[in-house]
Design a binder for this molecule. Structure first.
Ligand code: ZN
Length: 532
């Protein structure tokens, strides 16, 4: 049996006997020796070069520098990404989504399980349950009319062109040959609806009240449906939520079909309101569901200076939400775990919050803030500030810091303090950043509305990168910062690990720094003092 050729091949010829074999080996060694020396020298030079190159970085960023988080090296992007992989697996088991009625609760269970095993001794883990209204369109709505013009023939209108559902338009309905009534004064007053009973209310948008209020007035007055027509300046159909903005359990929802229509259709119907009859069919699902916030409150730290750091954990029904907001939620999770593992000593209590139902109107964070205010024990007064992390890994990212100046006037000072702290981090690392506003669209809003200063980070959603931003941050100009924003393709492949690393480090810096501050309240309140 032969060995494999490579193993049986002799290192040196063997035909000349043992002596000559030794001699040849000696020659071989003499030949090889200079090469060995050269290799050794090259190796030493490489090591020296490496030390020279790496040393200044070490000197510039010592771990005990106050401008660095002492946990910097503990927070690793691959660990955050592993949590994202778990969330993605959950989405795949739930219709490729982690929305309230899909993989949300499983996502919340994952966060709780991680906290329980790795941070149970560091923070108290709890959940807040609350109710949310979930709405979806099961089939495209249909709208047609008769009685317009001299022949009065049936006219069929086109969904998304002439009309469309409002979100939270009532559940499925089928109305036949309904008369229309034009409501005065945008329908803000219940008196405007005296003649709508048994008819479809036709209301021009743009009045002094919320659309929801006008719709509610019409429904109470007995309207069978509602059509809001655009004011002459609005070119696109409204698709807002026809619902109380901060909806909570017990609040009403609209029970009749409510559509937006173009200005021209609105005027046509108005001009023909004595003869026109409408046929309208909708197929919508509207249910009340239970969902939760997950909280982890550090056992240590002054409760009077509580810092709430949050990220929403739900996705839209259309996709798995890896960037929006798996990236923020898992960064926050790993930060909590890293702080727990190091038993990081906090002077101020930190509440890590994973909010539910953000994608249907910030309902989780609104619930949290409402509960703070409702608690008679002064919980609200104990919260000194909030930070929000919603989308930290957009593939065509811009590293955005929420600008304190855009907060409500009374909070501009303290919110600017928070943004400056994040700016310091970017400047220290010589990394470019940009400011973005803090007007709406994420969970900082309920805090700001309650008078709690806020700040945070974002890497961008569906808006396009400008040429200027491309020059500063790289990536693609005239392309969305997140081309998969709120879509089924917001998968693991959509995640920028570079962005995730940069932004999670900035979040860690701010959280560890603020949680250790001796003078948090004074620092937030006054213009000058340094954070100590
Ligand atoms: Zn989001």
């Amino acid at each position: 049996m032969a060995d494999s050729p490579r193993e049986s091949e002799p290192l040196l010829p063997t035909s000349n006997g043992a002596d000559s074999r030794n001699e040849r080996r000696a020659q071989q060694i003499r030949k090889v020796l200079p090469y060995g020396l050269v290799t050794l020298v090259v190796f030493i030079v490489a090591v020296v070069l490496l030390i020279i190159l790496v040393e200044p970085y070490k000197v510039e960023h010592p771990i005990n520098d106050p401008r660095e988080s002492p946990l910097r090296d503990h927070l690793r992007t691959p660990a955050i990404f592993r949590h994202l992989e778990e969330l993605y697996a959950i989405a795949l088991k739930h219709n490729n989504s982690r929305s309230v009625t899909n993989g949300y609760l499983a996502s919340a269970e994952y966060i709780q399980a991680q906290l329980t095993t790795k941070a149970g001794r560091y923070c108290d883990i709890s959940t807040q349950e609350f109710k949310v209204p979930v709405w979806s369109e099961l089939a495209v709505p249909e709208l047609s009319s008769t009685g317009i013009g001299h022949d009065g023939n049936q006219i069929t209108y086109q969904n998304k062109v002439d009309f469309q559902n409002f979100r939270y338009s009532g559940p499925s309905a089928s109305l036949k040959k309904q008369l229309v009534h034009g409501v005065d004064n945008h329908g803000c007053d219940s008196k405007d609806h005296k003649k709508v009973a048994g008819k479809i209310a036709l209301i021009q948008e743009g009045g002094p009240c919320e659309l929801w209020k006008a719709a509610y007035n019409a429904e109470k007055a007995g309207a069978t449906g509602i059509l809001f027509y655009n004011n002459p300046n609005r070119k696109t159909l409204l698709f807002s939520r026809i619902r109380i903005t901060a909806w909570k359990e017990g609040d009403p929802l609209i029970a009749i079909p409510t559509l937006s229509i173009t200005n021209s259709l609105g005027n046509t119907l108005l001009q023909n309101q004595d003869t026109v009859q409408l046929t309208l069919k909708t197929a919508n699902s509207q249910t009340i569901e239970s969902t939760i916030n997950v909280l982890c409150t550090t056992k240590n730290g002054h409760a009077d200076n509580t810092i709430v750091v949050g990220a929403h954990l739900d996705s839209v029904p259309e996709g798995p939400g890896m960037v929006d907001n798996g990236s923020g939620a898992t960064s926050l999770l790993e930060i909590a775990l890293v702080m727990a593992e190091a038993n990081y000593h906090v002077k101020n209590k930190v509440v890590f919050g994973w909010w539910g139902a953000e994608e249907i109107g910030l309902l989780g964070s609104r619930h949290y803030v409402r509960e703070l205010v409702r608690a008679a024990d002064g919980s609200r007064e104990r919260v000194a500030m909030n930070m929000n992390f919603d989308m930290l890994a957009s593939p065509n990212y811009v590293p955005y810091i929420h600008e304190g100046k855009t907060a409500p006037e009374a909070l501009v000072g303290p919110s600017s303090k928070i943004d400056h702290l994040l700016v310091e981090h970017f400047e220290y690392h010589k990394k470019p950043y940009e400011y973005t506003d803090m007007v709406g669209g994420s969970d900082f809003l309920p805090f700001l509305l309650e008078g709690i200063p806020s700040g945070g980070l974002l890497t961008g959603a569906g808006e396009k990168k400008t040429m200027e931003q491309r020059t500063r941050f790289g990536g693609f100009a005239n392309a969305p910062l997140d081309p998969c924003y709120h879509q089924s393709c917001d998968t693991l492949e959509n995640v920028s690990k570079d962005a995730l690393g940069i932004m999670s480090q900035a979040a860690l810096y701010a959280i560890t720094k603020l949680s250790k501050a001796k003078n948090l309240r004074e620092w937030l309140a006054a213009a000058d003092p340094q954070l100590q």
